[in-house]
Each structure stands twice: as C-alpha cells, then as structure tokens.
Design a protein around this ligand. Structure first.
Ligand code: 9WO
Length: 245
C-alpha cells in the first residue's frame, strides 16, 4: 500500500514514519510513504501557499492551486484508484473498522492542512473524504496523517508478528486492553496479581477477559453498549461488578 502525504512540513512526516512498526513496514516494502510539498507547486517569487480569508477575520487559508497540483502529482505517481482524504476536526471520526476498510485501497493520499485550513473548494472538488482523529484542535494535519498511516499499516498482512496479529481479530475486539505486569514481582509493596504467577493459562485468559470487560465498563461504557457479549463474558463482567462493591 502506498501513502502520499501533502504537507508543508514533509520532513516531519518522513522522520516520524521511519520509526518502529511503520519504519519496518517501509524497509520491508509493505508500504511506502511519499511526501508532496504544496510550496513546490507555487509559481510566484515568494512561493505563496496561503492567502487572506474572504469575509475577513484572523489567520490565513491555504490556496487551492498548489494543493490541487500536489495532489495531482501524487495521483500520477500512484494508481488510478487513489483515495484522497483531508484531515480536520470537521471530518468523520476515524474508527478501527473504517481503518480496516481502507486497507483495501492501494493508494491513500492524506492532505495535512496548516494555518486556519484549506480553501473549501479543495475539499469539495479534490477530496473523497474528510477524517478526524479526535475532537481536539492541533496545529496542523501532519500528526493526524501519521496516526492514520500507523493505524492502517498495523492492519496490513505481514506487518506485525504472529502474536500481535492474533490479538487484532480476537474476542478482545472493541474492548479496552487488560492490565500488564513485568518484573519485579514487588514494587514498594505493590504486587502482581497471583493468577498471573499461577501458570494456569485458562485462569489467566479468564482473568484478562474479566479485566478487559471491567475496564471497558468503567471507562468506556459507550464501547460496551455497542458490543454483543457472550454468556461467558456476561458472567465475567457480573463478577467484576460484584468485586468493585
Ligand atoms: C484553527 C482555528 C483558529 C481559530 C478558531 C478556530 C480554528 N480552527 C482551526 C483549525 O481547525 N485549524 C486547522 C489546523 C486547520 C486544518 C489543519 N489543522 C488541524 C487539523 N488541526 N487539527 C486537525 C485535526 C485533524 C484530524 N483530526 C483532528 C484534528
């Protein structure tokens, strides 16, 4: 899969993507990340990418033409079936299932805005979708684009090791994670739950499921309401609830 990011800060994207899971996926040619700078598509002496908003008000707006030409070059470098996405707080909130769906496209062009945003005609005419990574404002779309690249790359075949990919499509889908512990066994009198030292893998699996259900119930009841629980899961959640007095 190829990712193309349209950004005024290309090094920010290539640098961050070169680490960890995404960096390894790039090295192994499972994904590529290319960057396109709208500034390279300006024609004036000052390489102007922004202009004052019609109607007045504070800040600047990214001009249509450099964005349009940057996206066109990204499209030409890739396949006919590119999906173009603008990242903004006004977009559709991304979810694991939306990200799963885009693993099926061969090219994702992500547009990172700066300033107060882009000319709306660019969103209407050149973009297929507008996505949000959360209900907060950041200073530009680059970090949002990197979140999308990271989250999609992890879902591609061969990117994660066997153990990690097994966790993706397991029964823990749509639940928060259970707590993790490693050595030492005691930290200032705070010990590891006995069951994790028992060696009984059936008990450990049940305890972890109970914790995942309980934490989701406590912290993200909205996720739990959407999920159909098995009889075993219902039982474990009741047990968890009864233990928190
Ligand atoms: C700036 C601003 C200033 C005053 C009043 C309102 C304002 N809104 C914005 C704004 O949304 N700026 C954006 C900065 C313009 C597009 C790129 N920027 C951005 C993207 N910030 N946050 C995102 C983003 C993208 C995806 N998911 C969450 C946030």
């Amino acid at each position: 899969m190829r990712f193309d990011v349209v950004t005024l800060f290309p090094e920010m994207v290539t640098a961050a993507a070169s680490y960890g899971v995404t960096g390894r996926a790039i090295d192994r040619k499972i994904v590529s990340v290319s960057v396109w700078n709208p500034r390279d598509y300006t024609r004036d002496k000052h390489k102007t990418v922004d202009d004052r908003p019609y109607g007045g008000g504070p800040g600047m707006v990214m001009k249509y033409q450099p964005l349009h030409e940057a996206v066109n070059d990204a499209k030409q470098a890739g396949s006919k079936t590119a999906k173009v996405v603008y990242l903004s707080p006004q977009g559709k909130p991304i979810t694991q299932s939306l990200l799963s769906e885009v693993t099926g496209v061969s090219q994702l062009i992500l547009v990172a805005g700066r300033y107060e945003g882009v000319d709306e005609r660019f969103v209407e005419m050149d973009c297929d979708d507008e996505w949000s990574v959360g209900d907060y404002v950041i200073s530009g779309g680059e970090l949002a684009a990197l979140i999308v690249i990271d989250a999609v790359t992890r879902l591609l075949p061969g990117v994660l090791g066997d153990e990690d990919s097994a966790r993706q499509d397991s029964h823990t889908d749509d639940l928060l994670d259970y707590p993790h512990f490693t050595r030492p066994e005691q930290i200032e009198g705070c010990s590891v739950p006995d069951v994790l030292l028992s060696g009984n893998h059936a008990s450990i699996d049940r305890w972890r499921m109970k914790q995942a259900l309980g934490r989701t119930w406590q912290r993200r009841p909205d996720l739990l309401k959407k999920k159909k629980l098995s009889a075993e899961q219902e039982y474990l959640l009741q047990q968890f609830k009864s233990e928190v007095e």
